[in-house]
Design a protein around this ligand. Sequence first.
Ligand SMILES: *[C@@H]1O[C@H](CO)[C@@H](O)[C@H](O)[C@H]1NC(C)=O
Ligand SMILES: *[C@@H]1O[C@H](CO)[C@@H](O)[C@H](O)[C@H]1NC(C)=O
Ligand SMILES: *[C@@H]1O[C@H](CO)[C@@H](O)[C@H](O)[C@H]1NC(C)=O
Length: 294
Amino acid sequence: MAWMKVPPWLFFLVLLGPQEGKGQSGEQEELDSKELMLVLGESVSLPVNIEEGEEIEKIIWSFHSTLAVIQQEAMKEPSISIVPDPRYNVIVNISDHTYSLHISNLSKEDEGTYRAEMNFEGFPGTITQKFILRVYRRLPKPKVTVILEISEESVCNVTLKCHVDGKGDEEEFSWTSLDPGAIVSDGGSVLHLSWRPGDSDWTSTCIVRNPVSFSSHSLPVEQFCTGPKVSSSTSCSSLVKGLFILLLFGFLIVGIIVTRHLIKNKESATRRIHRGLKLRKGVKRENLQVKEFP
Ligand SMILES: *[C@@H]1O[C@H](CO)[C@@H](O)[C@H](O)[C@H]1NC(C)=O
Ligand SMILES: *[C@@H]1O[C@H](CO)[C@@H](O)[C@H](O)[C@H]1NC(C)=O
Ligand SMILES: *[C@@H]1O[C@H](CO)[C@@H](O)[C@H](O)[C@H]1NC(C)=O
């Protein structure tokens, strides 16, 4: 007969199969694990909820090793033993049927899987509730570095680079801008746009997010390109350019007067002209500016 050809080890496997997951002391049941996104420095409660009518016998919370044990005998106050760390606490609310492990001042080291193994009266098995903790910082306000390039036609090319101080996980940058031609690069952190006189003001906003928070920084683009609201040393309007040309003329005139008056002292006169030339170079560099906005 065909079934006779089935190798005997297969029967052995079939017999073993359904028993997998059973412990020596009875049935083991694992509830769906709960994933919690938490904030650095804050606290969390890991509660086990007991159904009405169920009587808890024992709960063991563990993370790498055992953190706390609750033992409850009928009609008695529960006895609690816990690791000697002020950050851990067990909170029992009998009227609420809630038993919680409380962890305060969360740090990155607290990330991972916590287990609550529960035994109930009149039930031989163990039920395990898993909690997966992730800890993230609350994001500070992002900073923006502004790089301006102004072409001959007064086109103002703006590059805005967004960043946050410090290190963090799963932080995502994005930009919103009303400029239809804006280009976002570097994974969302850099925005390029071109502004022309007559364009409306394109306020641009950098947004940074992580699983527990988000933070943003808005900048009016027109302000960089027209200048009056920022100090003259960082602006780039044609008005300011004109002022620089006027200044240049001023230096030239002063230079000529000085040269004439001090013509006898050749050395001194030459030094002053050199100084004038240095200032002229300084003006040309004004076309490319970098400024950081905290
Ligand atoms: C216990 O739970 C009850 C019902 O939810 C609540 O009203 C009470 O404030 C809780 N007690 C403590 C100490 O948290
Ligand atoms: C919280 O933990 C950090 C280190 O993780 C420590 O520097 C700080 O003092 C702690 N704060 C409190 C209130 O315990
Ligand atoms: C400004 O950007 C455009 C493209 O966005 C580019 O073609 C142009 O050369 C840039 N001008 C300056 C002065 O950088």
